[in-house]
Design a protein around this ligand. Sequence first.
Ligand SMILES: Nc1ncnc2c1ncn2[C@@H]1O[C@H](COP(=O)(O)OP(=O)(O)OP(=O)(O)O)[C@@H](O)[C@H]1O
Ligand SMILES: [Mg+2]
Length: 235
Amino acid sequence: MGATPLLVVEGVVKRFGGVVAVNGATCSVAERSVTGLIGPNGSGKSTLFNCIAGVERPDAGQITFLGRRINGRSPSQICEIGLARTFQITRLFREMTVLENLVAVAHGLSDAAAVRRAQELLAMVEVGHLQHALAGTLSYGQRKLVEIARALMFAPKLLLLDEPFAGINPRLQNRILRYLERLRDRGVTLFLIDHEMRILLNICETVLAMDAGEIIAEGAPDVIRKDPRVLAAYF
Ligand SMILES: Nc1ncnc2c1ncn2[C@@H]1O[C@H](COP(=O)(O)OP(=O)(O)OP(=O)(O)O)[C@@H](O)[C@H]1O
Ligand SMILES: [Mg+2]
């Protein structure tokens, strides 16, 4: 590998009152890589993603994307420079159709081009037939697929995925794996949170392990899953 880092996180701290959710996390994500982030419940994974995507403002530290400091920028500014994310709990507009959910976030496209892009992305994740359904009527797995398609409306260089495989059956997990492989092959860098080693072994070159707000280990997935610090944190 040795590829240039696309994303660099240095000493990021995020506190909520007395809770230190992220406690000096430092890591980087190589361009065109697939990097996994694991860690016990409450270890700060989603909060770290929120800091990277500008949803939360870190109390300390620095985040650099494409060589530019992004901490302190708004989520929409961060999206514009090519970093998009999906949420652990999907945040679709329930009263809008699937297609409208995608078109609503289009930026710098004519209406016709936005609809065209949205339909292509829905077809890519094989939910084109749901384009006119209200998002609130979709199943949990369908919402996850639509949320991935929506994040891709930004044509991101880096896509953060917060537990895209959680709570869905293995068949849908395998479908999502295929879509992510396709994105990787098109040059999208992927940074994803998940608990399931089966998935991470399948797709990640590198896995970062987080515990109590810090990155405690980094390496190939088959090494990380046997790392004593990781085992101690999980079990
Ligand atoms: N908005 C918030 N206000 C207060 N505390 C928060 C907030 N968001 C997260 N926390 C706390 O920060 C810590 C880290 O939470 P976070 O959601 O980042 O963990 P996680 O690693 O994503 O966990 P999980 O695997 O369960 O999704 C937890 O103690 C949580 O209660
Ligand atoms: Mg989380």
